[in-house]
Design a protein around this ligand. Sequence first.
Ligand code: AMP
Ligand code: MG
Length: 350
Amino acid sequence: MRFRARRGHTGRPAITVAKVAGPVNVSGDKEKKQTRILAADVAAIADAAAVLRAGGLVAFPTETVYGLGARADDPRAVAALYAAKGRPSFNPLIAHVHGLDAAKRLGDFNATALSLAEAFWPGPLTIVVKANQNEGTCELARAGLDTVAIRMPSHPVARELLAAVDFPVVAPSANRSGHVSPTTAGHVAEDLTGKIDLILDGGASEGGIESTIVDCSRETPRLLRSGGVAREEIEKITGPLAAAATDEVSAPGMMTSHYAPKARIRLDASDVRKGEALLAFGALPAGSEQARTIRNLSARGDLTEAASNLYAYLRALDATGAGTIAVAPIPGIGLGEAIRDRLKRAAAPR
Ligand code: AMP
Ligand code: MG
């Protein structure tokens, strides 16, 4: 794999590995996994459920394409998923569930969301609702949004797998970022062998169109993406759907209304000034003893571990009331690119 040098917001080249004390683990690339491919029978689905439960990655067929599953409530599993896909930024992911009761635990279903779920689930409709912050999906899965996208797929293998676990499963398409979505287990293997734990082979997916996404989190429901369920069918229930701004559709996790800390964010801090909170990565920088609080994203310089801690640690440091959070240099390679991207957005003037 190649990593291209990027320029940081300062115009300087992005931080190089050498600037971080100790080794950096671009996880997902360093450790090769043993990827098993199993025909999706009862035993294999039980096996897959156990892998997911333990925080592993499982590709499985849905009625649209093959999805790459990870438990949605575990930031380490979600970080590993982003690493396996090689995503340059943290897009919010869709949480897949087996039933409406499970869906209701993840977010606030108003009357519109409920009637859409009753009409179109299971099937290719994704419903966005206000997230239950305390249960179900971690912030990394939601890319920090206070809403959550939920879907109940209809493919029998997906349904059996979701029935076998008691947590929601995020499942973006099971391909490397930028590649074509896979509709067979073989396609998944070509892209992700060595990077994921298990592929459930359930034959060819219909390769249908993606799910329709409707945002029910506000007064007027909005169509965020057209897909497998036609707008006209949805509007029979909701009345006219509002249109969404393009940035909400292409990259909802990147909107400016998105969670941002109260504190100023000082990026690529090579030292710590008195009273600052410190978000560290690897060895602590000079002046760390002056920090009011320290959270280390990964003391051993592991970018996947860092991604899994990012949102919780930013929030914890912000809660100390510090005026500034100094952020140690994080290399812009592997998941570091997405972490830096997120931090830059948090640092943007508001
Ligand atoms: P997919 O590519 O089918 O996995 O769908 C992911 C899509 O869902 C992306 O376009 C995301 O931007 C969108 N999405 C996920 N969560 C949300 C959310 N909370 N609000 C709006 N869109 C979301
Ligand atoms: Mg895709």
